[in-house]
Ligand binder design. Sequence first.
Ligand SMILES: Cc1cc2nc3c(=O)[nH]c(=O)nc-3n(C[C@H](O)[C@H](O)[C@H](O)COP(=O)(O)OP(=O)(O)OC[C@H]3O[C@@H](n4cnc5c(N)ncnc54)[C@H](O)[C@@H]3O)c2cc1C
Length: 289
Amino acid sequence: MKPAPFRYHAPNSVSETVTLLAELGEDAVVLAGGQSLVPMMNLRLARPSDVIDLNRVQELAYVEARGEWLAIGAMTRHSEAESSAEVRNGAPMLAQALPHVGYPATRARGTVGGSIAHADPAAELPCVLLAGDGVVVLQGSNSSREVPAEDFFDGPFTTRREADELVVELRLPRRGDHEFAAFDECVAKSGDFALAMAAVTVVMDGRTCLRARIAIGGALPVPMRCRDAESCLEERDLSRAAVDKAASIAEAQARSAGDGSGTAEFRAHLVGVEVGRALAAAAGLGGAR
Ligand SMILES: Cc1cc2nc3c(=O)[nH]c(=O)nc-3n(C[C@H](O)[C@H](O)[C@H](O)COP(=O)(O)OP(=O)(O)OC[C@H]3O[C@@H](n4cnc5c(N)ncnc54)[C@H](O)[C@@H]3O)c2cc1C
């Protein structure tokens, strides 16, 4: 199928883009890598009045280490972030997650900003941003704001972004000393959207876990932090028993957040498995739960 008719705009800068967004109103959309938007338009699930193509907005494609932060421009392709030494060193959890985003062809065009703005509940990057205490930077025509990842994702394909705002940057605190991270997911076949995923970071003092962040996704309407599982690890020895307990708490949280159907029950189980695997990897325990 072909998309419904629309007007096409190709701005060269962020300021031109946000001016267009403000003028054209909420039926206008921006086009980034097109990996989700174009199929939706072709299937007529999306019928925007105007398409604002970001592909000439060069200023949004970068990966930069800025003091304690890693900043990634919204138009950075998944494949560019995947091959970035800054990402590998500063945000190893993101580096682990990126190869799971679709296929090489998807990652060659798809953008990190697009993944965050689209907010697919089964997407990897929102889950990583949550576990990494990340921040989404939004630019409107008159002002910009920084939204913690935890406040950004509202529901399936829904975020706190206003229609006239552009996602311009993602920020993740760069990995600190004694901080370990892991990402793991379960898919029916390589390249598919995940059935369940977990992103974790732990800050260790010897075998003691000082701070834990656990985010789960795939089996839920929106990726979420598992605070109860985190607090059962903090200030304790990160043993296999502690990991198993945290995984069980995450599974119970996923079950209560799901729709209770047989499939949701199974996927909640997979969430527990993924949390156990990611925690074991981050803690250097090895072996699957
Ligand atoms: C075969 C296939 C497999 C895939 N598998 C996965 C997978 O396993 N995991 C996964 O996470 N994704 C997967 N995807 C989706 C892919 O990651 C997309 O790239 C991503 O969802 C959207 O990024 P994009 O740059 O292509 O955005 P687009 O498709 O261009 O846009 C998506 C939406 O986000 C909005 N948007 C884009 N950029 C911005 C911005 N900067 N500010 C505000 N709004 C913006 C658009 O208006 C649109 O509504 C897959 C896609 C395909 C085709």
